[in-house]
Design a protein around this ligand. Structure first.
Ligand code: FES
Length: 86
């Protein structure tokens, strides 16, 4: 455990959204794929899940610009969602 880690567990609130980012409440550290660490001291940090953000991993609302592929039966199927598909 890193020396600056608190000994008491801190329960963070993480909210998933239907069509956008993951909202993490409280200050956070995000370890990026290159091993670098991004620190956010915001009250709520929106983490991008669609990979379209120019400020990835922070959501820049680019997910709002995507075009939905809604068909007569396709609405709500999840097939019209962008992102990683995982
Ligand atoms: S989730 Fe908002 S830009 Fe990706």
């Amino acid at each position: 455990m890193p020396p600056d880690m608190p000994t008491e567990p801190i329960r963070r609130r993480i909210a998933l959204t239907d069509d956008g980012p993951i909202l993490v409440h409280g200050p956070i550290e995000v370890v990026l794929t290159d091993g670098k660490t991004m620190i956010s001291d915001r009250a709520v940090t929106a983490l991008c899940t669609c990979l379209r953000s120019s400020r990835y991993p922070i959501c820049d609302t680019s997910h709002r610009r995507r075009v939905r592929n809604v068909t007569a039966r396709g609405s709500g199927s999840g097939m019209d969602r962008g992102g990683r598909g995982c």
